[in-house]
Design a protein around this ligand. Structure first.
Ligand SMILES: NC(=O)c1ccc[n+]([C@@H]2O[C@H](COP(=O)([O-])OP(=O)(O)OC[C@H]3O[C@@H](n4cnc5c(N)ncnc54)[C@H](OP(=O)(O)O)[C@@H]3O)[C@@H](O)[C@H]2O)c1
Length: 288
């Protein structure tokens, strides 16, 4: 059976990897990018370069968008909106849940179907086992294109609401960026003390493997229970103070541990010193 043809709009590192994966799997691919030269290596591998966005949309029903954000989608597709009717836009660009919902409404107004996606892996993982992408939007459209989308990554359909894939994606990014910044901070502290990233690597991979803690605390957090039986927030405050002091003693920027300490202290000031540090969820979840 012939493979579904697909248009890929947006050829940054991610869109290029995606177009490449479709080509690797014998899907006919049409590409368009604002900076046209970024398509050269894909054209050399058999992709068709569309000269205009209209032509890229006219070429195929299935259109994968890999742009920086939804504002870029309006910049690219807005002037070609009349060509959107009947297209299925699989928007794998990052943005907020509200932007995804507004984007779906905008697409519908132009007669297009919009599926939101949130890709959980970096470009080198596209087309490799173990990669995954959140999807949400009309289930029927997702089912129709699921097999083709599986060329890129595994699929995790979250529901009809177009905002859901974006929400799950941003939850992942929330954890990712904060954790990665904690790693960079530890590396800066290590470097100030003559320890290389390479030397810290086995300890960093172990410290950031938080599965035990996540599994231990999850049911307690859902039950709203934060007993201080295995850890007390007061101990946590002292511990973060030690990190902040070690940072300052090493002569480097302490903005990150200071910010963490500020949140821990707010919990203590709210009378939670005898509870687990997980009681900070009540501080973090407070509407401001
Ligand atoms: N890279 C990753 O590791 C990764 C991982 C997971 C998810 N993502 C998400 O996947 C999406 C694409 O990632 P990427 O790394 O390829 O992003 P990128 O480097 O920002 O490239 C995005 C593409 O958007 C285009 N673009 C941006 N603003 C535009 C505008 N106003 N008008 C027309 N085109 C515009 C760029 O065109 P030009 O080439 O002309 O500049 C480029 O083709 C992003 O939403 C990102 O958050 C990325």
């Amino acid at each position: 059976m012939s493979k579904q043809p697909v248009t890929v709009i947006g050829l940054g590192p991610m869109g290029s990897a995606m177009a490449g994966a479709f080509l690797d799997n014998d899907h006919p691919v049409t590409v368009w990018n604002r900076t046209a030269g970024k398509a050269d290596h894909l054209v050399a591998r058999g992709a068709v370069r569309a000269d205009t966005v209209q032509a890229a949309l006219a070429a195929n029903e299935l259109v994968v968008l890999s742009l920086t954000d939804y504002a870029a989608m309006y910049d690219v597709l807005g002037p070609a909106a009349t060509a959107l009717s009947g297209r299925v836009l699989v928007n794998l660009s990052s943005d907020t849940p509200d932007q995804a919902r507004a984007g779906a409404r905008w697409a519908a107004r132009h007669g297009a179907t919009h599926l939101t996606g949130g890709v959980l892996v970096p470009p080198p993982w596209i087309g490799k086992p173990g990669a995954s992408t959140f999807y949400s939007g009309p289930r029927q459209a997702f089912e129709t294109y699921r097999e083709t989308l599986m060329v890129l990554t595994g699929t995790d359909y979250r529901g009809d609401d177009p905002g859901l894939a974006a929400l799950y994606y941003q939850l992942n990014m929330d954890m990712f960026w904060t954790s990665m910044l904690s790693w960079l901070h530890a590396l800066a502290l290590a470097r100030a003390n003559g320890i290389t990233a390479k030397e810290l690597l086995p300890y960093a991979t172990s410290a950031l493997d938080l599965r035990y803690f996540l599994e231990f605390y999850t049911d307690r957090i859902d039950a709203g229970e934060h007993p201080g039986d295995v850890d007390r927030l007061a101990m946590g405050v002292a511990s973060v103070e030690h990190v902040a002091h070690t940072t300052r003693d090493s002569g480097i920027d302490s903005a990150l541990p200071d910010a963490v300490l500020e949140i821990f202290r707010r919990g203590q000031d709210a009378g939670r010193g005898g509870d687990s540090f997980t009681s900070l969820i009540d501080i973090l979840a407070a509407r401001r």
